[in-house]
Design a protein around this ligand. Structure first.
Ligand SMILES: *[C@@H]1O[C@H](CO)[C@@H](O)[C@H](O)[C@H]1NC(C)=O
Ligand SMILES: *[C@@H]1O[C@H](CO)[C@@H](O)[C@H](O)[C@H]1NC(C)=O
Ligand SMILES: *[C@@H]1O[C@H](CO)[C@@H](O)[C@H](O)[C@H]1NC(C)=O
Length: 505
């Protein structure tokens, strides 16, 4: 009897041991405080951003990265100043559901030093506390770094941006004097434009045209930049409308116009869109959809996402009407509907009833996201890429500042401009789930690496710097220009410890 009992226990033990080795049954998906990784710009005092941020990658005791969330509340983050009694800092720990976290914080005042404590069950994680030796300036502090190259080094800006090189290759020299005469004559009557001059790091503007409300985005980014770094003296024109303007051939006399959208048929110089720019400036402020919030709201994991292709939007282009018709004919393939009718006469028998607005984060309940032009490029693409669905992108002559760095089949699935192959591509995606999931993640990685706020600031700075170098006459404050003033920060004034621009001269 004892012998059989012994055998029985032996067998039981073997089974238990084997169970332990089954994938997924690993006991070790518990993060280790010592092995967990922490990195990012928000750990550096000199990287001033509207919302600072850094990352936590949970790693287990054997050194393996966790690939699923260990729980939203796993890590506790505290930021304190040893000198100031109260810290007015708003912190959010965003769970990216893939074993990593994005921590963001917005400071409402400037601090002497900051200690960032990252805790896992009351144990310090990695090299916590991270010490930021100050002064640690907040977004509102007007305290420009006088050397642009020092600022770029602090920000870890890339050496160059291919799109800037492409755009400026057409403008070997820029003549502010001539442009000040010619551009208002050519475009000032029919288009909405802003003429900016930056001189001694102060911003001046004159507007042309009726619809100049969108200048607030350009004013805001320029003021934000001049608080952080000394901009070169320069003079330039910003197109406030949707469509790029410079349609002349490169061999003709072309004028440099800065636009939020470029196209294959125009020579405008592209900048990050007002939408992306605003979302960077107003992260943890006025906007709720931004490149960080979207990372914490990517819906269910891939296998649980709905395999119907998804789209919502307004009727700003013929192909969008086609898309909705296609969806009505093939509801098992595409769920596309209008939330708004504005441009075309609404024919409900063709395009169905308007549907209720869907939260952008709910888009990610679906695996396949259709990206289709509106009046120009659809400015939602950065956010769609940042999710973990795959993007089916319509071929288009319109582009934002980063589109030319995206590769079809690597970062997104291409579809024809006339949508003629859309159904076919959706079917292909359904038949190649592993490949498609990889494209989704590569697209997401692109967004995480290239479209965060620090990169957007770098892009603007590099663009202005490269453009300014090409000027062959003196940028001037022209007649009719007004000073764009920094917002007053009376509540939490900061004292800037840097040598003021001009003080050294
Ligand atoms: C673990 O995650 C970090 C941070 O994303 C990454 O750099 C590293 O390559 C990952 N390690 C492995 C083995 O995948
Ligand atoms: C997937 O989405 C479609 C369209 O929104 C819906 O009709 C269908 O019921 C969903 N399927 C599942 C399994 O939820
Ligand atoms: C626009 O140019 C890009 C890059 O050269 C090309 O891939 C794309 O097909 C063009 N699209 C259209 C509609 O002209």
């Amino acid at each position: 009897v004892f012998f059989f009992l012994y055998i029985y226990i032996y067998i039981l033990r073997t089974i238990m041991a084997n169970l332990h080795e089954l994938p997924g049954a690993q006991a070790d998906s518990v993060p280790s405080a010592a092995k967990t990784l922490v990195w990012g710009p928000g750990l550096e005092a000199n990287i001033v951003l509207p919302a600072r941020f850094f990352y936590i990658q949970a790693v287990d005791s054997s050194g393996r990265n966790l690939t699923a969330s260990p729980g939203e509340k796993t890590f506790e983050v505290k930021i304190v100043s040893p000198v100031e009694e109260f810290t007015r800092i708003w912190i959010q720990v965003l769970d990216r559901q893939d074993g990593s976290f994005l921590v963001r914080y917005r400071m409402y005042a400037t601090y002497t030093d900051l200690y960032i404590h990252i805790l896992l069950k009351n144990k310090h994680v990695a090299n916590s506390p991270f010490i930021l030796n100050g002064p640690v300036y907040h977004e509102g502090c007007d305290c420009p770094q006088s050397s642009g190259s020092v600022w770029e080094t602090h920000m870890h800006c890339p050496q160059s941006f291919p799109q800037i090189d492409r755009d400026l290759a057409l403008y070997a020299s820029v003549d502010p004097e001539r442009n000040a005469q010619e551009i208002p004559q050519r475009f000032g009557q029919r288009q909405s434009l802003c003429h900016y001059t930056v001189k001694s790091n102060k911003v001046y503007v004159k507007t042309f045209g009726e619809h100049v409300g969108f200048r607030i985005f350009m004013d805001s980014i320029l003021l934000s930049l001049t608080r952080k770094v000394q901009l070169p003296d320069m003079e330039f024109f910003v197109n406030l409308g949707d469509w790029p303007l410079e349609k002349r051939k490169p061999t003709e006399k072309i004028h440099p116009i800065f636009s939020w959208c470029g196209s294959n048929n125009t020579r405008d110089i592209v900048m990050p869109t007002y939408d992306l720019t605003e979302s960077v400036l107003e992260t943890m402020g006025r906007v709720s959809l931004d490149m960080m919030s979207v990372q914490a709201n990517t819906g269910p994991p891939w296998p649980e996402k709905n395999a119907t292709a998804f789209w919502r939007g307004r009727d700003s282009r013929q192909e969008r009407l086609e898309l909705v018709k296609l969806s009505r004919a093939h509801p098992n393939m595409i769920d596309a509907a209008f939330t708004n009718f504005f441009f075309f006469k609404h024919d409900e028998s063709l395009y169905g009833p308007l549907v209720k607005h869907v939260s952008f984060f709910d888009f990610f309940k679906y695996k396949y996201q259709i990206n289709i032009d509106g009046t120009v490029a659809a400015y939602r693409l950065p956010y769609l890429l940042a999710g973990d669905s795959v993007v089916l992108k319509q071929d288009s002559s319109y582009y934002e500042h980063f589109y030319n760095e995206l590769r079809p089949w690597e970062h997104y699935i291409p579809i024809r401009a006339d949508l003629g192959d859309l159904l076919e591509k959706i079917q292909w995606a359904r038949d190649h789930d592993e490949e498609v999931k990889k494209i989704a993640l590569t697209g997401q990685q692109f967004a995480r690496n290239h479209l965060m706020g620090d990169r957007v600031f770098c892009y603007y700075y590099k663009l202005f710097q490269e453009y300014a170098k090409r000027q062959v006459t003196e940028p001037n404050i022209r007649e009719g220009m007004e000073l764009v003033e920094q917002p007053s920060d009376d509540l939490f004034p900061c004292s800037c410890h840097r040598t003021r621009v001009g003080d050294t001269k």
